[in-house]
Design a protein around this ligand. Structure first.
Ligand SMILES: [Zn+2]
Length: 77
């Protein structure tokens, strides 16, 4: 368990989110899943071992194109 006093991203996460690139402290969690649709979409989940935030990577391949986006699922409530 990672318990923190703030929900801020660690510097690695901040930089990586801005650059849309994973960083080395992100560990894959769970299983990747590929869901069908007009183009198949692959979801990969990560957790940062420094700050605990959970990331999602969405990859889309279809119609000869490729899309990739990283976003963070953990938010302050
Ligand atoms: Zn982090």
């Amino acid at each position: 368990m990672i318990k923190r006093d703030s929900s801020d991203f660690c510097p690695d996460c901040k930089r990586a989110l801005a650059q849309q690139q994973p960083h080395t402290r992100l560990k894959v969690i769970g299983e990747e899943v590929i869901l069908p649709g007009r183009s198949s979409t692959k979801y990969t989940f990560f957790q940062c071992s420094t700050c605990g935030h959970i990331w999602q990577h969405i990859e889309d391949r279809g119609f000869g194109g490729y899309g990739s986006v990283y976003s963070v699922l953990t938010r302050e409530w």
